[in-house]
Design a protein around this ligand. Structure first.
Ligand code: ATP
Ligand code: MG
Length: 279
């Protein structure tokens, strides 16, 4: 499909096309297309940009990844097709391991995702070899199967577009969980240690930028960033931002009404209204 670059929804249309293509290639689950729809609706409400509080979450996530002993990025089909090059970049500039972990589990799809990531430049992809797989009792879904070398021993897990159950279980296991989720109300967003309320396509490049910037900092400085972070406040700020946009109180309003668009108080009464006559 041809997408006109001046179309106001051009970026979002491009993402849809990518996901549809990924679905045809058996990388993206059909339900993954629907999950993006939910994300997209929240992105519209956010104004399709990285808000200030999300930048703070991304900065803290960068610090967490840099101080971690065993950082792991959990990848599903949507994440693989949306940001493959940035996943590769993350593994090059940090010790982050990449593990395929999908909700609609199938050995075939896991291998397709692994091969896709290898081609995109990721050196090693965990999660697909049977002899390294273990089951976590804490998780009900098929996502309970994790890699001994990856999520099982991770101290920091980056879980974009995650399911609430697994986020909760990973936190209970004592891991620091960084979520990327456009919906600040989802269970994932509420349960994670650091919630990046932003589109993964914007959050990943920014995460890489922060890592490049912070990687020369001393450990104590990074720890200070982490300790000063309050996830509940960040979530609240995202909700306040959405609320302000909805009530047209500040910034670029979603409706962008023209001057004099709304009737002034009392003006309606002066209309020769057919509605009024009908009553
Ligand atoms: P939870 O289980 O955490 O309550 P959920 O059931 O509402 O979440 P899921 O279908 O489990 O949602 O996961 C999809 C989540 O991913 C949604 O919350 C959606 O907002 C988010 N999402 C989808 N696409 C993107 C994207 N491109 N960037 C960031 N977040 C996204
Ligand atoms: Mg869910």
């Amino acid at each position: 499909m041809k997408i006109f670059h001046r179309h106001p929804r051009a970026d979002s249309l491009r993402i849809r096309e990518l996901l549809i293509e990924g679905n045809k290639a058996n990388i993206v689950a059909t339900a993954g297309l629907i999950a993006f729809g939910r994300g997209e609706a929240f992105d519209y409400l956010l104004g399709e940009r990285t808000i200030k509080s999300a930048k703070q979450a991304i900065k803290t996530a960068a610090a967490l990844i840099l101080v971690a002993e065993h950082p792991v990025l959990s990848v599903n089909g949507n994440v693989a097709v949306l940001v493959p090059r940035y996943i590769a970049e993350l593994t090059k500039i940090t010790d982050t391991k990449v593990e395929v972990n999908i909700f609609y589990r199938s050995a075939k799809r896991e291998k397709i995702i692994r091969d896709f990531l290898l081609k995109a430049g990721v050196g090693e992809v965990l999660g697909t070899e049977k002899n390294y797989q273990v089951r976590l009792d804490e998780i009900q879904s098929e996502r309970r199967i994790v890699d001994k070398r990856g999520i099982l021993k991770a101290d920091v897990v980056l879980v974009p577009l995650e399911d609430g159950d697994r986020t909760e279980a990973l936190v209970k296991m004592g891991k620091k969980v960084i979520a990327v989720d456009l919906n600040p109300l989802s269970r994932t967003a509420q349960k994670a240690s650091v919630t990046i309320v932003d589109n993964i396509v914007r959050a990943m490049p920014l995460l890489i930028r922060y890592i490049r910037q912070l990687r020369n900092y001393r450990k104590e400085t990074l720890k200070r960033i982490i300790n000063g972070y309050d996830n509940q406040r960040i979530l609240k700020e995202a909700l306040v931002h959405i609320n302000q946009r909805l009530t047209l109180q500040r910034g670029k309003a979603p409706l962008n009404p023209q001057k004099d668009f709304f009737l002034k108080p009392g003006e309606m009464r002066s209309f020769p209204s057919s509605l009024a006559q009908d009553r």
